[in-house]
Design a protein. Structure first.
Length: 94
C-alpha cells in the first residue's frame, strides 16, 4: 500500500484530483455528502479544520487538513478560493 500524500491547501488545484467519481456505491456517496455538509457547517460556525481524504489524478491517496468554507454538489471550497472536486473525495475525518 502506498503512503498517503500530504497536500498543502495552498497548492490545491482541481487538476490534481481524479476526474471520475471514486465512490461507486450510492450509500457511500450519500455518506460523503453528509460528511461534507457537516464539515462545511463546522468550518463556518467554528472554523474547525477537517482531514479530507481524496484520490489524486495519478491514483495516489492524498490528504489535506483544512477548513471547508463552502460546498455544493460538484466542489468544496477552501480558504483562498481553492476547490476540490467532490467526486475525488473518499471521506472526511473530523
Amino acid at each position: 500500500m502506498n503512503p498517503t500524500v500530504i497536500l498543502a491547501k495552498e497548492l490545491v488545484s482541481p487538476h490534481l484530483f481524479a476526474q471520475h467519481d471514486v465512490l461507486q456505491d450510492p450509500r457511500l456517496r450519500a455518506d460523503r455528502k453528509a460528511q461534507i455538509q457537516k464539515a462545511t457547517a463546522l468550518g463556518n460556525i467554528y472554523q474547525h479544520k477537517v482531514k479530507i481524504i481524496c484520490q489524486m489524478a495519478d491514483g495516489r491517496i492524498g490528504q489535506i487538513v483544512t477548513t471547508i468554507w463552502q460546498s455544493d454538489d460538484k466542489y468544496v471550497s477552501l480558504k483562498g478560493g481553492r476547490v476540490i472536486p467532490v467526486s475525488a473525495i473518499l471521506r472526511i475525518e473530523y
